[in-house]
Structure formats: structure tokens, C-alpha cells
Design a protein around this ligand. Structure first.
Ligand SMILES: *Cc1c(COP(=O)(O)O)cnc(C)c1O
Length: 351
């Protein structure tokens, strides 16, 4: 069955009128703005002019991103982190208490959290034990109620980039949305699937400024998709979802894209160094190959005491031992060289 977005977008969203902000109609300098009940006298506690509502369509930022990614600015949605895009996508197509999303454990937790908030069922089709996609099982699990398939590539917490041919197989078989979360793609050897947007009208690609760009604190994420999908996301988003300071920082970052690549190279080289050192520890059973900015490490014992030891020394890592395939595993974000050395020292001395 062919993909048809109109069949997927919930009728009440198709029918609803979006909030129209006063500033949608008039922009530009030299105007006297008395339309939005702002404080025209100034901003408290800062010499910066923050008294105006931010640009609701964030066009300059989108134009730069479009240029960098070889797509149209009309194919870009910007959100308060990519988590906002996840939430809005679910609310766009999933009818509460009827529809479902499909995820592949172990994976990023926000898909299920946003689904729960929307009373949307989560169908779980685990990755294969080799941490690749089980395409056959995914395709077999697609029901009329399945409205979004989330694929995370590279995946969190496994660090594995999904095979492009497998992603393509899912895109071909599914007549629902297929969201490919590329939060870690800058660290991966594999190319992005963003070039497939023209070929697959059901594809949504998620990106974030929180990882490679080093801007988790500004909360800025993006969804790339067909113009049609982006129009709907824009229709239902909170009007001023990306604040002025964030837009400014995002623009500055895109002007320094080379700096991002430099960080990525450093993180990758530290990742490989940490990988080699962790592998040598007797208590380490396996360090999973990673295409991301973290390492999943399996130990020969319960990890709670190891976690506590690290914590006592002031190092916070992520205990993933309760999730599928990750028994006795901790996830280590790649730190500075000094921080990574500290991890190795602690684990060498205390295990
Ligand atoms: C960190 C992460 C994100 C980022 O979300 P933001 O809301 O943009 O910070 C998205 N997806 C995955 C898989 C992540 O690990």
C-alpha cells in the first residue's frame, strides 16, 4: 500500500487552526511594535535586547542548515531539542489509546516516554543479538495501528550504525512514518540517510545540536522531512518554541562547522584510545565497537559496585545493565583525555 500522509495525520490536526501570532504578519526594522504586549522599554537583568518574542519560523537558521545539508529550508523543522520533534511526531499521527509506535530495544528512552504521555502503545521488536535490525520481524509486526517506526542510527546505547540497506528495507515495507534518529551521525563512518528524503516521503531524519556540536544546553534539534510533513509539524508546534538566545547560538555554531569537525575528530581518537585501554582490563568482557561518542562496556560481574566506585571517585557514568543485551554493562561518554585517563586509573586500581 502506498504512503499517503493525509491518511496518517489525525483528522483533528488537519482541521485545526494554528495559533496565529501577531508577528506572523509584520516583520522588519523601524516599526513600532505594539501588537504583542511585550515590554517596549527594555529587558530586566541584561543589556541585551530580549524583550521581543523570537522569530517563530527561524528562517535564517533553517537556510544555513538547508545549505549545509543540501535540502530546502522548507524540509526543516526546528525544535526545543530533537525531543520536541519526537513528541510532536507522535501527536501528529498517533491516536491516543488506539495507535502504536514501533521501537527496537535496547534504544533511546524518549520514544517510549513520549508515546506513554500520548497514551500510545509501544511495540518492541528487539535488535538481533548482534545488535543489527531484525527487518523481517519489524515488517511482520507492522499493523494498521502502527504509525511510526523509530530507528536510531547510530543507536543509543549500543553505538551501532544500522545498515543503510536495512533502513531502506524498512522504508520500502512501511506505509507509516519511519523516523531515523541521527543524533550521533557525525561520529559515524556511515553516511546520513538524509539524501533519501526525495525518494521516501515517509522518511523523517532527526538531528540535534546536543552531541557533536557541543550545545546540549541551548536545546536545539531538527527534523528533516518532506515539505508536507514539515508543514504539519510547524502547524502544531508551540509558536515560539526556539528562543532568541538559542537561535543566535545555533547560527553562530553553523558558521563554525569546521570547529565541530575538529571536536568530532578528537572525540573519535579518544574513543579509540579508551576502547583499547578498557579492553586490556581483566574485568572487562567486551567493549562494543562504537560509531558514537560513548562506549558500551560489558564487565565480568554485577556493575553496581563498579558504578559506585566510579561515583565515589567523582565519575558519573550510565548504568545500562537493566536493558536488553546489556547485562553487566556500563555506558561511558567520551570525556577529555584527562577524564578518560581518570576512568582507566580508577578501574585499574580498584577492580
Ligand atoms: C541525546 C539524544 C538525542 C538528543 O535529544 P535532544 O533533545 O536534541 O537533546 C536524540 N536522540 C538520541 C538517540 C539521543 O541519544
Amino acid at each position: 500500500m502506498a504512503f499517503n500522509l493525509q491518511d496518517l495525520v489525525l483528522p483533528h490536526i488537519q482541521a485545526m487552526k494554528p495559533y496565529s501570532s501577531a508577528r506572523d504578519e509584520f516583520r522588519g526594522d523601524g516599526m513600532v511594535f505594539l501588537d504583542a504586549n511585550e515590554n517596549n522599554l527594555g529587558s530586566v537583568g541584561t543589556s541585551e535586547a530580549l524583550n521581543r518574542y523570537p522569530d517563530p519560523i527561524q528562517l535564517p537558521l533553517k537556510e544555513k542548515l538547508a545549505h549545509l545539508n543540501g535540502i530546502s529550508e522548507k524540509q526543516i523543522f526546528l525544535g526545543n531539542g530533537s525531543d520536541e520533534a519526537i513528541d510532536l511526531l507522535i501527536r501528529l499521527v498517533c491516536q491516543s489509546q488506539r495507535d502504536s509506535i514501533l521501537v527496537q530495544p535496547p534504544t533511546y528512552g524518549m520514544y517510549a516516554v513520549s508515546a506513554s504521555l500520548n497514551q500510545t502503545e509501544v511495540q518492541e521488536i528487539p535488535l538481533k543479538p548482534d545488535l543489527s535490525l531484525d527487518v523481517k520481524a519489524i515488517v511482520a509486526a507492522i499493523r494498521a495501528e502502527t504509525k511510526i517506526i523509530f530507528l536510531c542510527s547510530p543507536n543509543n546505547p549500543t553505538g551501532v550504525t544500522l545498515a543503510p540497506e536495512q533502513i531502506k528495507d524498512v522504508l520500502i515495507a512501511a506505509n507509516c512514518l519511519v523516523v531515523v534518529d541521527e543524533a550521533y551521525i557525525d561520529f559515524s563512518r556511515s553516511p546520513s540517510v538524509i539524501n533519501w528524503l526525495d525518494e521516501f516521503p515517509n522518511l523523517v531524519v532527526l538531528r540535534t545540536f546536543s552531541k557533536a556540536w557541543g550545545l546540549a544546553g541551548i536545546r536545539l534539534g531538527a527534523a528533516f522531512a518532506s515539505e508536507e510533513i514539515i508543514r504539519y509539524l510547524t502547524k502544531i508546534k508551540p509558536p515560539y518554541n526556539v528562543n532568541i538566545l538559542t537561535q543566535r547560538a545555533g547560527l553562530a555554531a553553523l558558521d563554525s562547522a569546521d570547529e565541530m569537525k575538529e571536536y568530532v575528530n578528537q572525540v573519535i581518537s579518544e574513543r579509540e584510545r579508551l576502547h583499547q585501554q578498557l579492553k586490556k582490563l581483566p574485568a572487562v568482557v567486551e567493549v562494543y565497537p562504537s560509531d558514537a561518542n560513548f562506549l558500551l562496556v560489558k564487565f565480568d560481574r554485577e556493575v553496581k559496585p563498579i558504578y559506585d566506585t566510579l561515583l565515589a571517585e567523582g565519575v558519573v557514568v550510565r548504568d545500562r545493565s537493566k536493558v536488553l543485551y546489556c547485562e553487566n554493562a556500563l555506558r561511558f561518554s567520551i570525556g577529555t583525555a584527562e577524564e578518560n585517563d581518570k576512568v582507566i586509573d580508577i578501574l585499574t586500581d580498584k577492580l
